[in-house]
Structures are given as C-alpha cells and as structure tokens.
Write a protein that binds this ligand. Structure first.
Ligand code: GRF
Length: 191
C-alpha cells in the first residue's frame, strides 16, 4: 500500500509514520506533501529519501478550490492508497474530503469528541480536566468529527502548562499514529 503524508510544520508525526513503514508493514510512504514551502518536515522527509511536494496555499488566498485542485494533482501523481494528515493545518472542503473519505486519517491532540479545533491543551487545562490525550480518526467533511480509530489518555498534572502537556501528548501521538495506521492498512488489505 502507498501512503501519502500531509504536513504543515515540523512533521514529527510524519517522521514516526515514515520510520514505522518498514519490514513486513503492508505500506510504504510514497509522498510527503506540505502546504508550506518552509515546513521543517520537508528536509526530514528528503533525508529519508521520500518524494516530497509543496503546494503553497498562500497564492490562492480564499480560493480553497484552486488550492485543492493543485493538491489533488500533486497527490494523484504519487498514486497514494491512503492519506495521513499529520500536523496539516489547512481545513479541507467537503468535496475534497468526500473524494478521499474512508482512506484519509488525521491525528488530533485531544480526546475526541472533546476539544475539536485548536488550542486543545489550553482548553483542557482551563476546564480543569484530569486527562488530556490524542486521537486518530477517519477524516469526514466536518472538522475533527470522523470515527475515532484509536485514542491515548494522558494524565494532567497540577502544574501543567499547555506546553508541558503538549510535549507529553506528542510522545503518545508518536506511538498511537503508527499503531493505528498499521492496523488500518491490515484491514484495508482485507477489503
Ligand atoms: C501535533 O500536536 C499534532 O497533534 C498536531 O500538530 C502538532 C504538530 O505535529 N496535529 P507535527 O510535529 O508537525 O507532526
């Protein structure tokens, strides 16, 4: 199976996904794509010999459809079976998502369905929650709303800040995403 990974920044989740697709893993990374030319993850992908692509969203302004036309073309060139959003910070239209629905995963730094959207750790702290965490879900047209494929809980400490909590959750993201992707690929092959 061919997996394309979409990033916007450092790509730490992308790195752990790429490094997990070895040996008897049914998938291999076929592309790392970023909407930002300066994304730190691009060099990490290049260093691993992965094909990279950049579709800068900024020239398109509010023209989401125009951006997604370029995005789709770059993806089709790499022929992925599965898309993994990993720190990808652009909202995708329902049309694009529908085209990939059922084979597009995302990692979100909260215990969905709690705290969809941004600033998840600050919101969990402000709410006085005892636990935070991360979720891998199938992407559907509504933001951060699809079926959850896996979750990891992380206890919140009294002195936690959004940054300290994010750092602990990120460690669990790096464990959860590869595990969920492998399971998903296995089932994907069986269909
Ligand atoms: C992570 O917190 C992830 O949950 C969110 O983007 C952040 C950065 O991810 N989706 P990465 O280091 O770019 O993979």
């Amino acid at each position: 199976l061919r997996v394309a990974i979409l990033i916007s920044g450092g790509g730490s989740n992308m790195v752990t996904l790429v490094d997990s697709m070895t040996g008897d893993h049914p998938a291999r990374p076929c592309l790392v794509l970023s909407n930002r030319p300066d994304a730190g993850g691009l060099d990490k992908a290049r260093a691993r010999g992965i094909e990279v692509a950049v579709v800068d969203h900024r020239p398109f302004g509010k023209d989401r459809a125009g951006f997604e036309t370029e995005l789709q073309a770059a993806l089709e060139a790499a022929r992925p079976d599965i898309l993994c959003l990993a720190g990808f910070m652009r909202v995708l239209t329902a049309e694009f998502v529908t085209r990939w629905q059922g084979r597009m995963l995302n990692i979100h730094p909260s215990l969905l369905p709690k705290y969809k959207g941004l600033d998840t750790h600050a919101r969990a702290l402000a709410a006085g929650d005892a636990e935070a965490g991360c979720s891998v879900h199938l992407v559907t047209p509504e933001l951060d709303d699809g079926p959850v494929l896996g979750q990891t809980e992380v206890s919140i400490a009294p002195d936690d800040t959004p940054e300290s909590l994010a750092a602990r959750v990120l460690v669990e993201e790096h464990r959860l995403y590869p595990a969920v992707l492998r399971q998903f690929c296995t089932q994907f092959r069986r269909v």
